[in-house]
Structures are given as structure tokens and as C-alpha cells.
Design a protein around this ligand. Structure first.
Ligand SMILES: NC(=O)c1ccc[n+]([C@@H]2O[C@H](COP(=O)([O-])OP(=O)(O)OC[C@H]3O[C@@H](n4cnc5c(N)ncnc54)[C@H](O)[C@@H]3O)[C@@H](O)[C@H]2O)c1
Length: 274
């Protein structure tokens, strides 16, 4: 299988490493799209054992280069701008695409463009659960009627630096948990775009961006990045609590997100989908 990757950061490197392990999905060829001008540096930075694990690893620095390579499946591991700039064209070219920067879909116009592009190209837009779980059951429950879903995202105060939480809390000195945002998944995604992925994933799978309630919490005692939600439907009430550990390459990304992309690749390439 020929896999395309957009981005050469923490998730992309973790996916490459995972694909080189015994028992991994069978991927022989890889094309990686990096930022313009970074192809040579990215090629040099590839560890020799990773290069040796695949028949071919090619690096391109434009969307045209990625399209010309004709990968069978692409995984976006780069950021919201990359979703906007590259994914519609990939889908229109008929290439199934896994999107990890799911917060991008809180932009309703982009969401519709991606869906239209997938229909036009006969391709699939694949949204892995990433850092959260329980997506299967809330998405199934939605078939039976309305869902009421409330999500709470709790992180250590340092994880909220560089966000509007800084204007509401003394992140460096706070000594107890504080909720600094309560609102819809739409507003949470717009105001906290770097933390939008989980709220957006839950909204897309369940009740939608306006009907999904979000609380964001800074807690000095948080044991990791904690995602909790309760979904109430006529036929079931679901409560999920996940405590995520950071990945080695980027403390803001949970290790399970890398595994979630690998799982999506396995489901697309293997005989069993689970
Ligand atoms: N769905 C989830 O639950 C979830 C969880 C964690 C992270 N994420 C998202 O995954 C994305 C990547 O995370 P990461 O930890 O690998 O980040 P990272 O910063 O380590 O890596 C991102 C890489 O993408 C590259 N890049 C950026 N824009 C690009 C573009 N237009 N074209 C090609 N390359 C580009 C950067 O140079 C960098 O190498 C982020 O958008 C993050 O929000 C999603």
C-alpha cells in the first residue's frame, strides 16, 4: 500500500515508527508532504532504520507533488491550515483521507466543502477518534434520536498557556481546579483552536456543534489530559472518562492519538474493521 502523510511532526513520526513495527499494517511506500522548502531537511532527518523499513519513502513539499505521487490513502497529521489547503483537493482526486486535525471541521463552510469534495471524488473523509473514545456508541445512538452531551476537558494549567484562559486565570500560581470556559462546542473550537479536536470529534459524532456543551478546566492536580463526557439518549446513558498520557515528541498530543491514526490505517488496509 502507498500511504501519504501530511506533516513531519510528532504524529507523523509516531505513525511511521508504528508502521515499521512487526505486525503493522502493510505499507510499502510512503510519500510525506512537508512545508515548502523543507523537503531536503526532512529527508536528512529521517532515521536510517525507518528508511530501511519501507521500499520507498519520498518527501514532497507541495500539494501537487503529493497528488502526482498518487497515494492510495493519506493521513493529515499537520494542522488545521493543512486540512483547508490540501484535503479538499485530495478528496476530489478520489484519495481517501484521514484527518487528525478535526477541530478544522468546526468551520461549517470547510466541513461542507470537505463533504462535497468527498462525494465529488468518490473518496472517504475518515475522522479517527484521536484522543477521545466512545465515539462509536454516541454515533450509533444518534440514529435513534436526539442526544444530550456534555463534555469536560481538564488539563494541567501549563497546558492552557497561550490560550484565552490566561486572561481569566493565574495559570502559574493557581492551586485549585477552575472552569474557565463553558459554552458550545462551536465556541470552544473557535476560542481554543489548539484544543478543539476532542470537542469537535464529539460534536460531529453526536449532537452537533451547537448542542454539545463544553466545560474547559485548568487543574494543578490533573493526572494528565482528562476527557470526560456524559451522553444521554432515549436508549442509553453513556459516561466516559479518559486520562491521557502525553506522547514523547509533543506534550500537547496524547500518545493514543498516534495509535488512533495507526488503527484507522489498519482498518482501511486490513481484512477486519473494528
Ligand atoms: N484528533 C485528536 O484528538 C488530536 C489529538 C492531538 C493532536 N491533534 C492534531 O494533530 C495535528 C498534528 O499534531 P502533532 O503533535 O504531530 O504536531 P507537530 O507540531 O509535532 O507536527 C505538525 C507538523 O506538521 C507540519 N505542517 C504544518 N502545516 C503543514 C502544511 N500545511 N503542510 C505540510 N506540513 C505541515 C509542521 O511543520 C510539523 O512538522 C495538530 O493539528 C493537532 O491539533 C489531533
Amino acid at each position: 500500500m502507498h500511504l501519504g502523510l501530511i506533516g513531519n511532526g510528532n504524529i507523523a513520526r509516531g505513525v511511521l515508527a508504528g508502521l515499521s513495527e512487526p505486525g503493522a499494517p502493510r505499507v510499502e511506500r510512503i510519500t510525506i508532504q512537508v512545508l515548502p522548502g523543507q523537503a531536503d531537511a526532512a529527508l536528512k532527518a529521517l532515521p536510517a532504520d525507518l528508511r530501511a523499513a519501507f521500499d520507498e519513502i519520498k518527501i514532497v513539499d507541495t500539494l501537487d507533488g503529493l497528488l502526482a505521487a498518487s497515494p492510495e490513502l493519506v493521513a493529515e497529521c499537520a494542522g488545521q491550515a493543512a486540512v483547508r489547503e490540501t484535503v479538499p483537493a485530495l478528496l476530489r482526486a478520489g484519495i481517501d483521507t484521514i484527518v487528525v486535525s478535526i477541530g478544522a471541521l468546526s468551520d461549517a463552510a470547510l466541513h461542507h466543502d470537505l463533504c462535497d469534495s468527498a462525494v465529488d471524488g468518490g473518496a472517504k473523509l475518515i475522522l479517527p477518534p484521536g484522543a477521545v473514545g466512545g465515539i462509536d456508541i454516541i454515533n450509533a445512538l444518534r440514529i435513534g434520536g436526539d442526544i444530550v452531551l456534555r463534555y469536560s476537558g481538564t488539563k494541567p494549567p501549563g497546558a492552557w498557556t497561550g490560550t484565552p484562559a490566561e486572561e481569566r486565570l493565574e495559570l502559574a500560581t493557581m492551586d485549585r481546579a477552575a472552569t474557565f470556559f463553558t459554552g458550545t462546542a462551536r465556541d470552544a473550537s473557535a476560542q481554543y483552536p489548539k484544543n478543539a479536536n476532542v470537542a469537535a470529534t464529539l460534536a460531529l459524532a453526536g449532537a452537533g456543534f451547537e448542542a454539545t456543551a463544553v466545560d474547559l478546566v485548568a487543574d494543578p492536580a490533573a493526572p494528565g489530559n482528562v476527557h470526560e463526557f456524559t451522553a444521554e439518549a432515549e436508549t442509553a446513558t453513556v459516561t466516559v472518562r479518559i486520562v491521557n498520557r502525553p506522547s514523547a515528541g509533543n506534550a500537547k498530543t496524547s500518545q493514543v492519538t498516534i495509535y488512533s491514526v495507526l488503527r484507522a490505517i489498519r482498518n482501511q488496509t486490513g481484512p477486519l474493521v473494528i
